[in-house]
Design a protein around this ligand. Sequence first.
Ligand code: ME8
Length: 485
Amino acid sequence: MADYYITTPIYYVNDKPHIGHAYTTTMADMLARWHRLLGDNVFFLTGTDEHGEKVQKAAEKHGKSPKEFVDSVVPQFIDAWKTFNITNDIFMRTTDLQHDKTVKEFIRRIYDSGDIYKGEYEGWYCVPDETFITELQLKEGRCPYCGRTVNKVKEESYFFRLGKYRQRLLDLYEKHPGFLSPKYRAMETINRVKEGLNDLSITRRTVKWGIEFKQDKDHVVYVWLDALVNYLSALRWPDGTVGRFWPADVHIVGKDIAWFHTVIWPALLMSAGVEPPKMVFSHGWWTVEGKKMGKSLGNAVDPIDIIRKYGVDPLRYYFAREMPFGEDGDFSESKLIARINGELVDDLGNLVYRSLTLAERFGGEIKGTPELDKGLDIERIKALMGNLDTFNAIEAVWERVRCSNRYINEKEAWKLRGEQLGNVIYNLLESIRIISILLSPFMPDTSERIRMQLGVEKQGIDQCRFGEFRGKVKKAGHLFEKVKE
Ligand code: ME8
């Protein structure tokens, strides 16, 4: 049984969760559930990033103290993840005491390595991204990443010698090619690091809402350094369970924050004498109905609204099915509806309903010889999931759904009687049972509902092969309902 540590970013709590947050968290949940299905010992982290200027400003706008404000927003994240059936093992808050302790110890080690020095930061700052931006990086006077306006900052600051780690980072990328995932995003990072790295400002003097910088109490720790360390605080580093789960198997992040996770984070870890994570997987971005999503554009999608309209599993399915994990895609309600009607209702729902109807009506013995196992390749699905290729893995499961439907038609099951019918039903129920196991990471509720109707015990990956069918079938209506367009 392998240990498997997987994380999502910890999200800013200046506002409630949006569809992008739901996407990352759900994709990570699918991987966490998959690894549990394999029998791994999983530790799955998500949480909230609560300090910094952006949150401080949001609190001011609401007329609340920062702590009061974050305490009012955090439950919305916790509740959202419950609604989404997210199986995180920990919910990290950067306002937790353990985190404060870990950050201070982490900085002490970097300080003792001689990698922190005092200076003055003069440049630009993007508050929504909590990012320092140099004059050269500015794009028509705006943030090069999000296009919003930036603030001029000139203040005393402590710096981390990021520049010193250039070669060690390049060595890391070379020795561990999986570290920068997916591969097609790696070159961009490597080239930027090759160009050279500026030292990084790691404290703020004009911001009050943050972890105290112990070495100079007029400063607070820069929110990104604070946030990244959460992956260690969760393990109660440097004491706790760290040895078991560190280095993390994978940090799942959006491509917007890949730089922080693939350059700044490993350099900080090297300085503190801690091993870097094994992989940072940067996924793509959703646009919404063809446009960039943003509060200012007024098109931020509330994932809870979507779930109320269409249910949890259809949205989880859409996330995995609509865009290859890693690439960009477009979120649109009409495409979601098309998938619900075409794939969930017509393919999966129909297969289960038709098969169970046949099985319930049949008085004879459900047994036969495996026919529908042809093309069932669990090792291939395992390999795809091992590569975080959720897109092709779910496609492979769907191929099972489609070929099972074809099987009913080819056999003209409705015309059969006796042993021949028993054989077809046997093949269908075994196929559906295996589909329900394979679907459990993606659509946990649906998988469970299928399992209940088949009347079988909860099963693991090793049961994904044809054997004797030992269920007690009990049909319980349609799995999904058509949505009117
Ligand atoms: O960056 N499409 O938090 P954040 C897909 N607190 N994913 C999206 C998305 C979109 N349009 N928009 C956002 C932070 N995301 C920091 C992280 S970690 C130590 C600190 C997802 O609230 C994606 O995962 O801005 C992105 O990386 C994350 O939300 C940013 O969330």
